[in-house]
Design a protein around this ligand. Structure first.
Ligand code: DX5
Ligand code: ZN
Length: 223
C-alpha cells in the first residue's frame, strides 16, 4: 500500500517546511495537485513550486494535472522533478498522445477519471498506464466528503487488472480519511491520496502509519 499525502492541504505559506514534514512521515509518495482555473474552478501552483520542493525529499512526486491543456505543461513538470504525471480521461481524443508524451519524458503514466465519468472510458488505455486514479470527489478543492458511489469503479478497475494480468496501481483521491481508505482498500485500491485528513494531524507519521497498516489489513479481506 502506498500513502500519498496531498500538498494541497498543507500550509501554503510554508511549502518547504510542509514538504519536509511529509518526508519525515515515511509516506512513499507526495501528491501534487495542479489546477489551472479552467479544467477545475481553482488554481493551485505551478512547476516552479515543484522545482523548489524537489531537493527537499526523495519521495516519489505524484503530479496530478487537473488542466485543460496538459500538453503545454508535461515537459515543465517533468523537468521540475515529477516522477508520475497523471492526466484526465475527460480530455477525450487527446489522451493517447498525452500518455505517449508522458512516457517519452521518462515519467510514470497516470490516467484520472472524474466522478461523473464512466470508468469504462479508461478501459482502452489500461495497457498503456502505470496508474489509474479514481477521483472520489469532484476535483478542485480539498476537504470535500468522499463519494461512496465511486467504490464500484475501484472494484471494476481491480477486476480488469486481474483478468488482463496488468499491473497498474489503483489510486483513490478525494475525501480519503482513515475510514474511507479502508473501504477503498477492500474494493481493491492500493494507493491512497489524502490531504485534509493527513496534513491536519500533528503527528503525521503516526497517521500515515495507521493508514498504511489499516489499508494493508483491509486489502486482505476484499468485498
Ligand atoms: C481534489 C484533489 C485532491 C485533494 C484531496 O481536487 O485532486 O488531491 O488534495 O484532498 P482531500 O484529501 O482533502 O479531499
Ligand atoms: Zn489529486
Amino acid at each position: 500500500m502506498i500513502i500519498a499525502p496531498s500538498l494541497l492541504a498543507c500550509d501554503f505559506g510554508q511549502f518547504a517546511k510542509e514538504a519536509r514534514r511529509a518526508h519525515k512521515s515515511g509516506a512513499e509518495w507526495l501528491h501534487l495537485d495542479i489546477m489551472d482555473g479552467h479544467f477545475v474552478p481553482n488554481i493551485s501552483f505551478g512547476p516552479e513550486v515543484v522545482r523548489v520542493v524537489r531537493p527537499l525529499t526523495k519521495m516519489v512526486f505524484d503530479v496530478h494535472l487537473m488542466c485543460s491543456k496538459p500538453e503545454i505543461l508535461l515537459e515543465p513538470f517533468a523537468r521540475a522533478g515529477a516522477d508520475n504525471l497523471t492526466v484526465h480521461v475527460e480530455l477525450g481524443e487527446r489522451v493517447t498522445s498525452l500518455l505517449w508524451k508522458i512516457r517519452s519524458l521518462g515519467c510514470k503514466v497516470g490516467l484520472a477519471v472524474n466522478p461523473p465519468t464512466a470508468v469504462a472510458q479508461a478501459e482502452p488505455f489500461l495497457s498503456q498506464i502505470d496508474l489509474l486514479l479514481i477521483m472520489t470527489v469532484n476535483p478542485g478543492f480539498g476537504g470535500q466528503p468522499f463519494i461512496h458511489e465511486m467504490l464500484p469503479k475501484v472494484q471494476q478497475a481491480a477486476a480488469w487488472r486481474r483478468s488482463r494480468k496488468l499491473d497498474y496501481r489503483i489510486e483513490v483521491d478525494g475525501g480519503i480519511t482513515q475510514e474511507t481508505a479502508l473501504e477503498c482498500a477492500r474494493a481493491g485500491a492500493d494507493t491512497f491520496v489524502s490531504g485534509t485528513a493527513l496534513f491536519g494531524q500533528r503527528q503525521l507519521k503516526r497517521a500515515v502509519q495507521k493508514m498504511r497498516d489499516g489499508t494493508t489489513a483491509a486489502g486482505k479481506s476484499p468485498i
